[in-house]
Design a protein around this ligand. Structure first.
Ligand code: NAD
Ligand code: MLT
Length: 311
């Protein structure tokens, strides 16, 4: 069986597949489109992260494809309907990078609240700008969590322990689940944002969540901080840049963008109080090893006609 890997995954996953006797090819220059359509011929498993667009055309060309493994959580770069139409399994790795993503969210919360990247840059440039940075503490502040799934819950635990009050907006969870996390469930998104000093986004990117945080929603968070380590496209980048620039928000921190890689058109890159990282949420050694081996196991299970674990 042939496995094609088009985004970098940890060696542990590649080794596991090779040890199982499969031929594994890596080509990290492929981002999708005609290159992938050409490369997919004779491939039985395709493994990607977020850097490869697996469109309907790819499934149409992929006559021998059994499974697409996503070494991570979000499957918004894979046309799931097309996979279903062509009888191809799509398996993500729903657990392995959850703690890494939660830790990165906490890091981004502090980074924006204390202007750490900005102060670091000034000092490296030879300036002692101590008087210019007056930050916000998270202690005794309210955190609004939009989406209390796996990552949202890990963020809740960590920031609860740092003295934050938690409110949650998630139409798909029960009051009991929110209460178990020590959070108040608020049924209206605007009310939930209005209650927060910080808001953090942890929903998938779906037609329903695309653009769900726009000008009107940001206005509810007046004076607060927005953190998005979920997916670009959930937050309207133009509206967010304007809100921070105009002082409606104190700041924002983003790990994901509507256009990746390199969101050169995003106005957020030019706003001083916006902290950005290049989709690093899952970029820890442990997380990458976990998702690579979980994805390899999914491919091996699919090849052996065994149940494939998925989210
Ligand atoms: P999950 O499926 O476990 O949880 C998502 C939660 O969002 C669920 O509780 C669901 O009920 C809720 N939700 C769905 N639609 C909603 C809506 N309209 N409004 C409010 N809540 C809604 O997912 P997860 O594993 O926690 O991942 C969360 C996000 O983080 C995903 O977008 C994932 O791709 C992203 N992620 C990013 C990185 C990174 O590197 N930056 C790493 C891991 C995960
Ligand atoms: C994810 O959804 O798991 C993230 O995009 C992490 C990644 O693969 O970079």
């Amino acid at each position: 069986m042939n496995v094609l890997v088009t985004d970098p995954i940890a060696d542990a996953g590649l080794d596991r597949l090779r040890e199982a006797g499969y031929t594994v090819e890596t080509d990290y220059d492929i981002e999708g489109g005609t290159e992938l359509i050409e490369a997919i011929e004779g491939v039985n498993a395709l493994i990607v992260r977020s850097g490869t667009e697996v469109s309907r055309d790819v499934f149409e060309a992929a006559e021998d494809l059994v499974i697409v493994g996503r070494a991570g959580i979000g499957v918004d770069n894979i046309d799931i309907d097309a996979a279903t139409d062509h009888g191809v399994i799509v398996a993500n790795a729903p657990e392995g990078n959850v703690r890494a993503a939660a830790e990165h969210t906490v890091a981004m919360t502090f980074a924006v609240a204390r202007s750490i990247p900005q102060a670091h840059g000034r000092l490296k440039d030879g300036e002692w700008a101590k008087g210019e940075f007056l930050g916000a503490e998270v202690n005794n502040k309210t955190l609004t969590i939009v989406g209390l799934g796996r990552v949202g819950q890990e963020v809740a635990k960590r920031l609860d322990s740092l003295g934050m009050d938690l409110v949650v907006y998630d139409p798909y969870i029960s009051q009991e689940r929110a209460e178990r996390m020590g959070a108040e469930l608020i049924e209206d998104l605007h009310d939930a944002l209005a209650a927060g000093d910080f808001a953090t986004i942890h929903t998938p990117l779906l037609p329903e969540t695309e653009g769900m945080i726009g000008e009107a929603e940001l206005a509810q968070l007046e004076g607060g901080y927005l953190i998005n380590c979920a997916r670009g496209g959930i937050v309207d980048e133009d509206a967010l840049a304007t809100a921070v620039d105009d002082g409606v928000l104190a700041g924002a921190a983003l790990d994901s963008f509507a256009t990746e890689p390199l969101p050169t058109d995003s106005p957020l890159l030019d706003v001083e109080d916006v902290v950005v990282t290049p989709h690093l949420g899952a970029s820890t050694e442990a997380a990458q090893e976990n998702v690579a081996t979980d994805t390899a196991d999914a491919v091996i299970a699919a090849f052996n006609d065994e149940p494939v674990i998925n989210a």
